[in-house]
Write a protein that binds this ligand. Structure first.
Ligand code: SAH
Length: 267
């Protein structure tokens, strides 16, 4: 692959160079001409080209790197259904509404992958503007997202993800499929919005609850629980929570219930 410039670590630039893997990733999405696709961090457009071959209605390719963004403009100059957006994905998620029912792809820049996922979960409006997320994570981040309660790996990213998304693991991707070769392999996950039962007025309250309760994984939750509810013991009783438990011993549902009561307590 011919490069324009030295890959930027600060932008998590590890480009996919393995055609077979690129095809396998695209297959997960079942793209057809009814679909609008957004690609996060299009880079040199290796994935983008294959998306184009699947002939979607429209593609939004987000790329923060100015040089790569111009490169993409040139490369796809003849293709009318693509819009290159030279911006930061985190700004795009927060601000612009590009459409509805969008399929989101991303070989995410590793340094912001969890931030991107969290901001796609904590949107004010639900169901959101996307129908599917197909995202690559470093394997260890994917494992954290997939972790279950009552295991050492359980963590707040899993609680947040399962709140609003159905998660599916597809396959691991060897580090040899990238250039430059990263230190760790990746995993492809896809996510679909749930019509969830735990409606919160403000998603931030679940973010707060999980941040506080998971702030010390080795300790019992009682002190942190008091931070949320004062010394109010009745809430723990009502939810049948053992305050001597560690944060990874509470189920996803328990966290959602805590967030609901926390939200009420703020009124
Ligand atoms: N999808 C391409 C590139 C993946 S590398 C491929 O698979 O080959 C990650 C890409 O995300 C890089 O091109 C990088 O410049 C871009 N990027 C990094 N941070 C970004 C951000 N905040 N918003 C949008 N793009 C970003």
């Amino acid at each position: 692959m011919k490069l324009l410039q030295k890959p930027k670590k600060s932008l998590g630039q590890n480009f996919l160079i393995d055609k077979n893997i690129i095809r396998k990733i695209i297959e997960v999405a079942n793209i057809d001409k009814s679909k609008t696709v957004m690609e996060i961090g299009a880079g040199y457009g290796n994935l983008t080209s294959e998306i184009i071959s699947a002939n979607p209605k429209k593609i939004f390719a987000i790329e923060k790197d100015n040089n790569l963004s111009s490169f993409l403009e040139n490369k796809f100059n003849n293709y009318k259904n693509i819009k290159i957006i030279n911006d930061d994905i985190l700004r795009v998620i927060g601000k612009k509404k590009l459409g509805n029912n969008i399929v989101v792809f991303g070989n995410l820049p590793y340094n912001i992958s969890t931030q991107v996922l969290t901001s796609l979960i904590l949107l004010k409006k639900w169901p959101p503007w996307y129908q599917t997320l197909i995202l690559m994570f470093q394997k260890e981040v994917a494992d954290r997202i997939l972790a279950h309660a009552n295991t050492k790996q359980f963590n707040r990213l899993a609680v947040l993800s399962n709140w609003r998304l159905r998660i599916e693991k597809h396959f691991d991707i060897s580090k040899n499929c990238f250039f430059p070769k990263p230190k760790i392999s990746s995993t492809l996950l896809s996510f679909k919005p749930k019509k969830n039962n735990f409606n919160l007025k403000n998603p931030k309250h679940l973010e707060d609850v999980t941040r506080i309760l998971f702030s010390n994984k080795r300790k019992m939750i009682n002190k942190n629980f008091n931070k949320l509810f004062g010394m109010n013991k009745s809430i723990a009783k009502r939810l049948n929570i053992n305050l001597r438990a560690r944060p990874e011993e509470l189920s996803n549902e328990t966290y959602y219930k805590i967030a609901t009561l926390y939200e009420k307590s703020l009124d």
